[in-house]
Design a protein around this ligand. Sequence first.
Ligand code: 5GP
Ligand code: ZN
Length: 114
Amino acid sequence: MDDCIFCKIINRELPSTVVYEDDRVMAFKDINPEAPVHVLIVPKEHIKDLNDVDSGSAGYIVDIHMAAKKIAQKLGIAESGYRLINNCGEDGGQTVFHIHYHLVGGRKLSTKIL
Ligand code: 5GP
Ligand code: ZN
């Protein structure tokens, strides 16, 4: 996608601080962190949101979870705990329409969902 900022980050056309990468997914620090650890994990394929995931691309969701586990270990928050969040669509708070999961931790997070 030509005008997608996360595709540009994946293609190194925009800078980011990459914390994890493999052939399927990439993870980089959120530009506006809301916790001591705030990483965005994205598939290397442009998929708009969770509604756009189908049986052919569903494996990315597993890949993202496995990457989250590895990143949490690498960044030292695996034992203290963390949260993995997907915002879908406008009411869900999604602002960048390339599916991504927020990995947040490094402090005690609110137990409130909303
Ligand atoms: P959403 O609200 O779509 O779930 O989350 C989008 C996230 O992307 C936000 O937390 C925002 O701070 C982050 N973000 C937006 N633009 C950029 C960027 O250019 N680089 C990085 N690293 N993060 C970005
Ligand atoms: Zn994209």
